[in-house]
Structure formats: structure tokens, C-alpha cells
Design a protein around this ligand. Structure first.
Ligand SMILES: Nc1ncnc2c1ncn2[C@@H]1O[C@H](COP(=O)(O)OP(=O)(O)OP(=O)(O)O)[C@@H](O)[C@H]1O
Ligand SMILES: O=P(O)(O)OC[C@H]1O[C@H](OP(=O)(O)OP(=O)(O)O)[C@H](O)[C@@H]1O
Ligand SMILES: [Mg+2]
Length: 296
């Protein structure tokens, strides 16, 4: 066991994390832990594993069960989709959005069928694995419809005469397309989130705080790029004014007289806009490098 495997406060105590055993969230959950510098050996069919270098124990579960396990403190925290958390309505705290597993929960009807708004569903039969969220949506819109709960392959329901409409998760839309359906209304936007038990003990909370610090550093780094460019000295002021940077950009003289190298950090959403303006202002040899971690 490595020296950093437990907390200094209470050697032996570990934070218990529930993640999906297999499916859409499994690989991204494991990747996030790895990016946080946490080593987990996940042997085939192993349902429980301990980190070798962080006080963390990981349980591999069906995603639908994770909110209940966290409410019951069988697990202290879980990585799970918002869609599951809001459907199950368990008493857990939502702590952090994790930035993967992005999808939406949408109503779809057979292609060509008319749909104006929620009232078009009046008296219809809707197949879904999310009866609670669909009922909330119908109630909010004062619409009475029949909900037919099925646990999977929901998109097939209209094609085999089981329902007039469906409500299921969509990301690329290809499953809807292949089943002759059109998306008509999105009722929830979802991504993977970190949930935690509402009565977490102080030692577990301290470990969670360390984990959250790492997750936030990884997330910030994903949304930012490190930019290096060459600038003629007479254009430096204008170029620096375009760069936000963590504090202010780093400026180093180049071997070639009259030129400088400028280093800065740009966020993903303003990136292309700023690069175009940098080029227009005379920047050359622009290099863009991914950032692995960002500690502020
Ligand atoms: N097409 C998608 N794109 C992105 N994220 C998705 C997509 N479909 C589902 N998700 C997210 O991933 C979660 C797990 O989806 P998956 O299809 O693996 O669940 P499942 O079949 O219920 O798995 P389990 O066997 O664990 O019960 C969903 O609850 C949702 O948050
Ligand atoms: O819009 P798309 O990109 O086509 O994704 C949507 C599909 O993804 C999910 O199922 P998944 O493929 O995870 O399989 P599952 O039904 O076995 O859970 C979801 O239930 C949809 O069927
Ligand atoms: Mg499931």
C-alpha cells in the first residue's frame, strides 16, 4: 500500500465511489479518474476495486441503482447521468457536472406525423424508460396521456404498434432516424454529474474535497488551450490586449531582433475568434497546445 493511499487524518478510511459497470458512462468515468491521477485496476467482472494511490474504493454498478446506493450511504458518492438522478428522485446532493455523457431526453413521434406542442400528445400512448420525468412534463403542460414504461429499445415501440410516441435519450439522433422517428420536443438536457450522500462524514468530505479539486483542474484544462506565437515588437501592445491569460501573457524576446514570443491561455469558446484577430494583428507561427491540468 502506498503512503498516499489513505488520509493522514484517519488511516484506512476510504471514499466509496459508485460508477457504471459497463455502458455509456463507464469509459469516461474511468478516464476521469485516470486524468485525476488515480490508479484503479478494473479486472474483468470485478465489481469492486481500490485505488492504489488515493483513498478511494470504486463499486461498479448498473447506473439506475447508483442514486439509491448513494442515498443509503452504501456508496458515499456516484458518477451518474442527470436523467437518472432526476427520474429516481432520491435524496442526494448534486455536487459537480462532469462534462461527459451529454445527451437530451426527448419526445419523438413517427416521421411525418404532425406535432405542434405538448397538447399534441393528449390521449396518446407514450413509451419510455423515464415515466416520472414524462409525467412531470405532461402535468406541467396540463396534458393527459398514457405512459407505457419499458426498460430498453424504446425507439422500436411506435413501429410495432406499442405506442404513438416515445420519450428517450438522444445524442446524435441516429437511433431515432433509423427507426423512422422525429424528435419534436426536448424535456431535459443531461450530462454525467457527481452526486453525494447528504450526511457525508468529515473524513469522507475531506477526501471528496481533494477529489473535487482534481476534477475541477482537469475540467478547466479541457476547456482551455496554451497558445504560443511570435509577434513583431511594434505590434506587441495590440496583440497582448487580445490575450486574456491567467494573469497576463508571458513575453520573451526572440533571437531575431525586433520580435518576441508571446505565451498565453485561451478558453475553448473564445478560441477561434481570438486566433483570427491575433493573425490580423500580425501574429505569426501560432502554436496551440493542449493543457493537461490547470491549478488556479
Ligand atoms: N446516446 C447517448 N449519448 C450520450 N450519453 C448517453 C447516451 N445515452 C445514454 N447516455 C448517458 O449514459 C447513461 C448510461 O447509458 P446506457 O445506455 O449505458 O445505460 P443503461 O443501458 O441503462 O446501462 P446499465 O446497464 O448501467 O443500466 C444514461 O443514463 C445517460 O446519462
Ligand atoms: O441519438 P443516438 O446517438 O442514436 O443515441 C441514442 C441512444 O443511445 C442510448 O442507448 P444506447 O446506445 O446506450 O443503448 P441501450 O439502449 O442499450 O442503453 C439511448 O437509449 C438511445 O437509444
Ligand atoms: Mg440503466
Amino acid at each position: 500500500m502506498s503512503a498516499t493511499n489513505t488520509t493522514p487524518e484517519r488511516p484506512g478510511i476510504k471514499l466509496k465511489l459508485a460508477i457504471q459497470k459497463s455502458g455509456r458512462l463507464h469509459d469516461d468515468s474511468m478516464r476521469l479518474l485516470k486524468e485525476c491521477g488515480i490508479d484503479i485496476s478494473n479486472g474483468v467482472n470485478k465489481l469492486k476495486s481500490e485505488a492504489t494511490n488515493f483513498p478511494l474504493e470504486v463499486f461498479f454498478l448498473r447506473d439506475d441503482d447508483i442514486p439509491q446506493y448513494v442515498e443509503d450511504a452504501v456508496a458515499d458518492i456516484g458518477f451518474v447521468g442527470e436523467n437518472v438522478v432526476y427520474e429516481k428522485k432520491k435524496k442526494v446532493d448534486v455536487t459537480e457536472q462532469l462534462g461527459f455523457g451529454k445527451c437530451r431526453l426527448s419526445i419523438a413521434v413517427p416521421k411525418g406525423e404532425s406535432y405542434t406542442d405538448a397538447t399534441s400528445l393528449r390521449g396518446k400512448r407514450i413509451a419510455t424508460s423515464y415515466p416520472v420525468l414524462v409525467q412531470d412534463f405532461l402535468d406541467k403542460n396540463n396534458v393527459q396521456a398514457e405512459i407505457h414504461e419499458i426498460s430498453g429499445s424504446v425507439e422500436i415501440a411506435p413501429g410495432i404498434g406499442l405506442a404513438n410516441a416515445i420519450c428517450d435519450l438522444v445524442s446524435s439522433g441516429s437511433t431515432l432516424f433509423m427507426n423512422g422517428l422525429q424528435e419534436v420536443e426536448s424535456i431535459l438536457k443531461s450530462q454525467a454529474i457527481l452526486i453525494k450522500n447528504q450526511d457525508l462524514g468529515p473524513v469522507q468530505q475531506a477526501i471528496l474535497d481533494k477529489l473535487l479539486f482534481r476534477i475541477q483542474s482537469v475540467k478547466k484544462a479541457k476547456n482551455t488551450k496554451y497558445v504560443l506565437l511570435n509577434a513583431p515588437n511594434d505590434k506587441l501592445d495590440e496583440i497582448i490586449s487580445l490575450l486574456p491569460g491567467m494573469k497576463s501573457p508571458t513575453v520573451l524576446p526572440l533571437a531575431e531582433q525586433g520580435w518576441s514570443s508571446v505565451h498565453s491561455v485561451l478558453s475553448e469558446n473564445e478560441f477561434w475568434d481570438i486566433i483570427e484577430r491575433l493573425k490580423a494583428a500580425g501574429a505569426q507561427g501560432i502554436l496551440v497546445v493542449p493543457i493537461e491540468k490547470m491549478i488556479l
